[in-house]
Design a protein around this ligand. Structure first.
Ligand code: SAH
Ligand code: SF4
Length: 386
């Protein structure tokens, strides 16, 4: 068996169809089922001849992540825990652009997706790396998070036949075909690659998945609506700058001096701020795009007044905006979020230096929204159960 059908490039599928003597329009039909219609089985593809479906089934698996648990927060942020074909657990978080306050539902959503099972980078504050790195996700496991969330949404909206909320780990997808959604009906129109794992350490699979999600025949999500977050893998930041697609870049900075940053992020020893800054400059020059500096505020670690000067200087040099995020506490880790007053004062003093800085009021704080936390809990409780 070859890797999953959604881990194949369009070109390789075109070659295969040519070798099988299939007319070109059959490939378009197949892609229509794989992406806009988010098919979960060959049987759904009713307009493909049975012989072709059988041939495809012999050559390729077709899988989507299976829903294990979905948690919804009061502000309508929802977290999905998925099980992959080999049993590995990963997470995605769906965030409405306008939280459904006052009963008004939002039609624009951002999906935060994972790129690895676990993480090898070991940032001291993060739940994703606590149990180490297990493996890279394949392209179809990255793009499949978007497709599976949208499929779940179709079901929740009453277009499917099977219960979408299977909490037992059983199938979370319907057997019957879904109506083809029109592009205007898409649930996910922004992607942030900020879930579990370091995306730049799985660069080729990530880019393959993002190209598919971006393609008009695939996910149809604009490159400018896709943001990749990295802890600072310098060579890949340069590669992203050289890539023809306009994916956005966010840097997990969390320390504006080497002294502070290397205390919490081991990667800073390999790629200190000087090198990270140069790589960001390269990206900004090549793309002409503004980058975002993510800065988690952790009490007593990086929230002192004397850090705002170096942070603002770095942001000015890179023409970057700063996103301040109060730390989300992780069970078993000693770190805490500063008081609201400290966060507000920190934000105000960065802004006073002429930098665009936003202070995020964490959405989904009550559902373990920071990456890796739900998986960690589930894995540990499953481990205990065995
Ligand atoms: N590995 C990549 C992307 C995944 S982490 C990276 O580090 O950028 C996504 C973001 O969540 C990063 O900015 C990370 O630092 C942040 N994060 C991790 N643990 C957190 C926590 N407990 N509270 C708030 N943000 C956290
Ligand atoms: Fe990995 Fe990012 Fe977490 Fe660091 S912050 S351990 S790079 S997922």
């Amino acid at each position: 068996m070859l890797p999953d059908i959604r881990s194949q490039t369009r070109e390789s599928l075109a070659d295969k169809f040519a070798a099988w003597g299939q007319p070109a329009y059959r490939l378009e039909q197949l892609l229509g089922w794989l992406y806009p219609r988010r098919a979960a089985s060959w049987d759904e593809m009713k307009n493909l001849p049975k012989a072709l479906r059988d041939r495809l089934a012999e050559a390729y698996p077709i899988t989507l992540p299976q829903l294990v648990v979905k948690q919804g927060a009061r502000d309508a942020t929802q977290k999905f825990l998925w099980r992959l074909a080999d049993g590995a657990l990963i997470e995605s978080v769906l965030i409405p652009a306008n939280p459904a306050l006052y009963g008004e539902a939002s039609d624009r959503h951002t999906l935060c997706i994972s790129t690895q099972v676990g993480c090898a980078y070991g940032c001291r504050f993060c739940a994703s790396g606590l149990d180490g790195w297990k493996r890279n996700l394949l392209p179809h496991e990255i793009s499949g998070q978007v497709l599976a969330v949208e499929r779940w949404n179709d079901l929740a909206a009453g277009h499917g036949t099977e219960d979408a909320g299977s909490a037992s780990g059983g199938p979370a997808v319907p057997r019957s075909p879904l109506p083809a959604p029109r592009s205007a009906e898409r649930l996910v129109n922004n992607i942030v690659v900020m879930g579990m794992g370091e995306p730049m350490a799985n660069y080729d699979n990530l880019m393959s998945a993002l190209r598919t999600l971006n393609a008009s025949w695939g996910g149809g999500i604009g490159a400018r609506k896709i943001t990749i977050s990295t802890s600072g893998v310098v060579p890949r930041i340069r590669d992203l700058g050289d890539d023809p697609l306009q994916f956005r870049l966010a840097i997990s900075l969390h320390g504006a001096t080497d002294e502070v940053r290397e205390k919490i992020m081991p990667i800073n020893r390999k790629y200190p701020l000087k090198e990270l800054t140069a790589a960001c400059e390269h990206y900004v020059e090549r793309k002409g795009k503004m980058i975002t500096l993510e800065y988690i505020l952790i009490a007593g670690v990086n929230d002192a007044k004397d850090q705002t000067g170096p942070l603002a200087a770095l942001a000015r040099r890179l023409h970057a905006k700063v996103n301040l995020i109060p730390y989300n506490t992780v069970e078993g880790l000693p770190w805490a979020r500063p008081t609201e007053d400290v966060c507000e004062a920190f934000a105000a003093s960065v802004q006073k230096e002429g930098v665009t800085a936003t202070l995020r009021r964490e959405k989904g704080h009550d559902i373990d929204a920071a990456c890796g936390q739900l998986r960690l809990k589930t894995e540990r409780s499953e481990g205990q159960a065995i």
